[in-house]
Design a protein around this ligand. Structure first.
Ligand code: NAD
Length: 351
């Protein structure tokens, strides 16, 4: 066994029901005295609670998915005008993404308090959009110094969004198995991530008010993001990135729909990953395990339900082909990619 694995420096705190005290401790550890508290309007009540004991100098609630550059610029100006020395973000991937955009140019430390299962808090990847072009990059400044996971903050996330967001996390695990930099540690993290998500998500769907399922799902989502940050984007993420940018599709739902198709496409070519995924699901095959979980969760099925036009299938083929990672296990051609995109668009069973 010969490989090189990098573990990103970050403190992770699981504090169910206790985010205010846990976040205050993280901010004190940074010796910060002027905090910018970032949260979207839908996340405001959580931010009120988390921020109650913090030295908040300014609150910022202009949060837009995929972080348009003008939105990032306004947040950076506000941080500079208030001379803040730390950023605390309370929210989903879009809110974390805005904090990362501010950290990218200012170097300010971030304490992230996630309220979805997107996992951005555990990666050093930033994203910004200009018009319909999304640019992403890697920078150590955007990796939050600490994450505080408080499962009680997820109780308000509607079931449908919880399922889509949890399947987005599952996509991080699955795509990590054949990511361009995958190593045995990533595979181990991703396998345990799948176990956590496969246990947690059905519990969330059955009882959205239960803390246990929310916490299992957060645990799985964290491991998923750590594996993904190390392994890098595989075919699944490249497809979702292109489709999301071209047709302005909702992030989590797009991942939830595309995942079973990419798994069915790649699984036959990667027997070791297939076996690990199947075992983690407790199922005879990886594809059957994901199908059973999706059925239990009433998962989103078709991209056409989320705003993708039918002629988008043909339009997306060339840009996806240009983005396919070199080492993808199953060779991708215009023909098999078109079939995959059509199945995801119409919501048919994965081939
Ligand atoms: P989101 O942050 O846009 O949240 C979706 C909606 O749910 C928003 O309206 C939000 O305000 C609301 N919401 C969030 N938490 C809630 C809660 N607990 N209760 C009620 N409502 C709540 O969506 P997302 O899927 O979390 O994040 C998607 C974004 O994150 C995308 O832009 C994606 O590119 C980015 N992302 C980045 C990385 C990375 O590593 N850089 C990783 C994953 C996702």
């Amino acid at each position: 066994m010969r490989f090189r694995h990098e573990t990103l420096p970050q403190r992770v705190v699981f504090a169910p029901g206790d985010a205010p005290a846990a976040v205050a401790a993280e901010v004190a550890a940074l010796k910060a005295s002027k905090v910018m508290l970032i949260a979207a309007p839908a996340e405001a009540s959580h931010a009120d609670r988390v921020g109650a004991d913090l030295p908040v100098a300014v609150r910022h609630d202009e949060v837009v998915m995929h972080v348009p550059v003008d939105v990032a610029e306004r947040a950076r100006r506000s941080a500079a005008e208030s001379a803040v020395d730390a950023l605390v973000c309370v929210g989903g991937g879009s809110t974390t993404g805005l904090a990362k955009a501010v950290a990218l140019t200012t170097g300010l430390p971030v304490v992230a308090v996630p309220t979805t299962y997107a996992g951005s808090e555990a990666t050093n990847v930033w994203g910004l959009t200009e018009g319909d072009v999304k640019t992403t990059g890697v920078d150590p400044r955007v990796l939050p110094r600490s994450i505080v996971y408080d499962a009680s903050l997820l109780l308000s996330l509607p079931v449908e969004l919880s399922v889509a967001s949890g399947l987005n996390a599952l996509a991080h695990c699955v795509d990590s198995m054949w990511g361009p930099r995958v190593d045995p540690i990533d595979r181990a993290l991703a396998t345990e991530g799948i176990r956590g998500l496969a246990r947690g998500l059905p519990a969330v769907a059955a009882d959205p008010t239960g803390l246990e399922g929310r916490e299992q799902t957060l645990y799985g989502a964290y491991l998923a993001a750590v594996a993904f940050a190390s392994a890098g984007s595989g075919l699944h993420h490249k497809i979702c990135h292109v489709l999301g940018g071209m047709f302005n599709l909702p992030h989590a739902q797009t991942h939830a729909v595309v995942l079973p198709h990419v798994l069915a496409f790649n699984a036959p070519s990667v027997p070791e990953a297939e076996r690990r995924i199947a075992e983690a699901f407790g199922s005879p095959t990886a594809v059957a395990g994901l199908a059973a979980l999706r059925e239990t969760l009433h998962a989103p099925r078709a991209l056409r339900d989320h705003g993708m036009p039918e002629d988008g299938i043909a339009r997306a083929v060339a840009p996806v082909l240009a983005a396919v990672p070199a080492g993808n296990p199953t060779p991708v051609t215009a023909e098999n990619l078109t079939a995959l995109l059509r199945a995801a668009w119409e919501g048919s069973d994965p081939a």
